[in-house]
Ligand binder design. Structure first.
Ligand code: DXP
Ligand SMILES: NCC(=O)COP(=O)(O)O
Length: 238
């Protein structure tokens, strides 16, 4: 079954907005695990707008499920943070500074040599590596020769096209997933997945090992409660 990794960036956004420790990020992460989440994802950004570097150290001490740290490996501080904490997985995302959110995958052709080098650094420390990739077969093919363990398909285009024409929206993702499976790449997915579009995605994507979901899940929890919301997302993956 596809695992659910809850991205808690937006809990940190709320906490930071008043300067204290409410909501308590560590408590929320432990509660997400208690409610059934199979992983916790954080995406520390250089401006620490939500997840702070210290949060990663605090969370690493207590997380019992899979800890997934996402970020831009072109920032040495991020590389050092990951190596110091040795999470179950690092997801490499090619964000430019100042982006409001992640909005593209790696060009695995142009960045082939760079990705080979940086991926080897993390794998030498037995950290599973996933790289953020657009649903383009050529990008998946080139990802396979970088040494990465997995790819994470960037699902914003699927989510934005879902309500207009879900068959059309998912088509490139099925092709990309089939290629990944054929090449022996593990398959993750994330960005803008929600209670409306998740079940169809999970039912139609072959080999999907993990989805990481944050923004919509946390927003849903404001109305539905965190425990109930996590259970609803898990039922979409059952
Ligand atoms: C890589 C990706 O698509 C998301 O995991 C990212 O973490 C979202 O970042 P924000 O929460 O800063 O929008
Ligand atoms: N990798 C995707 C992720 O962790 C969460 O993305 P979103 O659900 O906040 O859009």
């Amino acid at each position: 079954m596809t695992h659910l990794s809850v991205n808690i960036n937006k809990i940190a956004t709320l906490r930071n907005s008043r300067g204290g420790n409410n909501p308590d990020l560590v408590k929320v992460a432990l509660d997400c695990e208690r409610f059934g989440a199979e992983g916790i994802t954080v995406h520390p950004r250089p401006d620490e707008r939500h997840i702070r570097y210290q949060d990663v150290f605090d969370l690493k001490k207590v997380i019992k499920t899979e800890f997934n740290i996402e970020g831009n490996c072109q920032e040495q501080k991020f590389v050092d943070l990951v190596l110091a904490n040795k999470p179950a997985q690092v997801t490499l995302v090619p964000d430019a500074l100042g982006q409001i959110t992640s909005n593209h995958g790696w060009d695995t052709v142009k960045n082939q040599e760079y990705l080979k080098e940086i991926i080897a650094v993390f794998k030498a420390q037995n950290i599973r590596v996933s790289i953020f990739v657009d649903p383009v077969v050529e990008m998946v093919e080139a990802a396979a020769t970088t040494g990465t363990d997995r790819i994470e398909l960037y699902t914003e285009a699927y989510a934005s096209g879902y309500h207009q024409n879900k068959e059309q929206a998912i088509a490139p993702y099925i092709k990309a997933a089939e290629k990944a499976v054929k090449l022996g790449l593990g398959l993750n997915a994330g960005h803008d997945l929600d209670l409306h579009n998740l079940k169809y995605f999970a039912q139609n994507i072959p080999g999907l090992l993990e989805v990481s979901i944050g923004h919509a899940l946390i927003a849903d929890a404001l109305y539905l409660g965190l425990e109930n919301t996590i259970q609803m997302y898990l039922r979409c993956l059952a």
